[in-house]
Design a protein. Structure first.
Length: 442
């Protein structure tokens, strides 16, 4: 009875930790959105990107703005978009929380570390960054298909498990198409997680399809992306979209009344995007983002190595866990790598890698098969790392320090919000000034 009681206590503790963090983050999101629904407390560029529509003809990324325009019928859209952003973030929190609670290798401390990962849901709210972007819809989608996959593995009823897998495949097919019309970057953010979930389902249901099904899906997504590339729009379509907006919306985007934000980027070609990327490289800020990638990888692997346990509660499989997590992370990096050339928002793409990796790790529970050759197996490296009580404690403290202090700004090494980053610097400057005055005898 004792092991079962201990397991129940650990589950309840994990549930409580995740629930408290989630409630806190929902409150922060409410303050940034619905507390003042007519105001805009987040990025004006992202706000305008949501409003791209079909007023000037069909353009990629226009589906969300078109639907919002039909709903608002010319009225100001800030209240509606604040509600959409709040609902998206709440849905992401709900799906991620359920994944962490249901995923057996994650204890309470590991679940907290995952929620605090730099660029994750915690820093999104405290930094007032990225939770308002269109790709949050992709993160909700990834978390949802991973949650359904995990639920199918959990149920003891075979018919229900099969039904959930069929539902998941249908959702992947339908939502992948719809979300590609919201933003063409879905290919790089949502396709690989979808292919992995399809691969896992095929390995369980139809092993003979485990290669053909994901590759067929991937080919269809690439074809859709290439079609959408042809509809980038031009200056005339951008001007038509701008004129279709309510004057109150235009005032939130531009102080001067001139076209600005994401709408002004309609018609940009590859040369313009490449120029923005080269600016990051030659200014030297690319090195910071490479450090952010390394920090994210270290954070995930250390969490898997020291704080995730198998079903028996032991750390015997820790080396395998780290190896499996490393392969998931590298798959996601490879999927999103083209965006580092096509878009200058490097911090945004690094956050996307983390948000892709976490649900897959939770759903796969470090045991699901991966379609990678044996030569890419890094388990031997992690097997050399010895875990002791003191090493684990030190690593846990280091991960908490990283979670609370490391930041991944969206682009240009400057955050767009006035959240925790600004508050932290103000508190730090006040403290140092007080120390200087005290040392000077004032």
């Amino acid at each position: 009875m004792l092991p079962m009681r201990s397991s129940t206590h650990r589950f309840i503790l994990k549930w409580l930790c995740v629930a408290i963090l989630s409630a806190l983050l929902v409150y922060f999101c409410y303050r940034h959105t619905l507390a003042a629904p007519d105001a805009l407390k987040w990025n004006a560029w992202a706000f305008s990107d949501w409003l791209i529509n079909y007023s000037g003809g069909f353009v990629r990324r226009g589906l969300a703005g078109h639907l919002i325009g039909l709903f608002t019928a010319g009225r100001p859209t800030a209240p509606v978009l604040n509600l959409i952003v709040f609902a998206n973030f709440t849905a992401l929190l709900f799906a991620t929380s359920l994944l962490l609670v249901l995923s057996r290798p994650f204890g309470a401390f590991a679940a907290v570390l995952i929620m605090l990962i730099p660029g994750g849901v915690w820093s999104m709210q405290l930094d007032n960054e990225l939770y308002y972007r269109k790709e949050l819809l992709f993160y909700v989608y990834i978390a949802l298909i991973c949650l359904i996959y995990l639920a199918a593995r959990r149920t003891a009823r075979e018919k229900l498990s099969c039904l959930l897998d069929i539902l998941n495949c249908g959702m992947i097919a339908i939502l992948s198409i719809a979300l590609s019309f919201v933003h063409e970057a879905f290919l790089f953010i949502g396709a690989v997680p979808s292919m992995l979930v399809l691969y896992w389902i095929a390995c369980t249901r139809r092993p003979a399809w485990r290669t053909d099904a994901p590759l067929g899906y991937g080919a269809a997504m690439v074809a859709l992306f290439l079609v959408l590339l042809a509809y980038k729009g031009d200056r005339n379509s951008a001007q038509a979209i701008w004129q279709s907006l309510n004057p109150a919306d235009r005032a939130l985007i531009s102080d001067t009344g001139d076209m600005a934000g994401g709408i002004s980027a309609i018609g940009w070609g590859p040369a313009r995007e490449l120029a923005e990327t080269l600016t990051i490289v030659f200014k030297g800020t690319a090195w910071y983002y490479l450090l952010a990638i390394a920090a994210s990888l270290f954070y995930l692997l250390a969490t898997a190595r020291f704080f995730c346990r198998d079903r028996k509660g032991s750390a015997a499989s820790a080396a395998r866990y780290s190896s499996w997590a490393a392969k998931i992370f590298m798959l996601c990096i490879a999927a999103i790598a083209p965006l580092f050339v096509l878009g200058a928002d490097w911090g945004r793409w690094i956050v996307a890698v983390n948000m892709m990796t976490v649900p897959l790790i939770c759903a796969g529970e470090f045991t699901a098969p991966l379609p990678l050759p044996a030569m890419l197996e890094p388990r031997a490296i992690f097997a050399r790392i010895r875990s002791t009580k003191y090493v684990g404690f030190a690593c846990g403290m280091l991960l908490l320090l990283v979670a609370l202090t490391f930041r991944i700004p969206e682009c240009c090494l400057v955050g767009s919000g006035d959240g925790f980053t600004t508050m932290e610097s103000q508190l730090f400057s006040s403290a140092t000034q007080a120390l200087r005055n005290r040392n000077g005898g004032k």
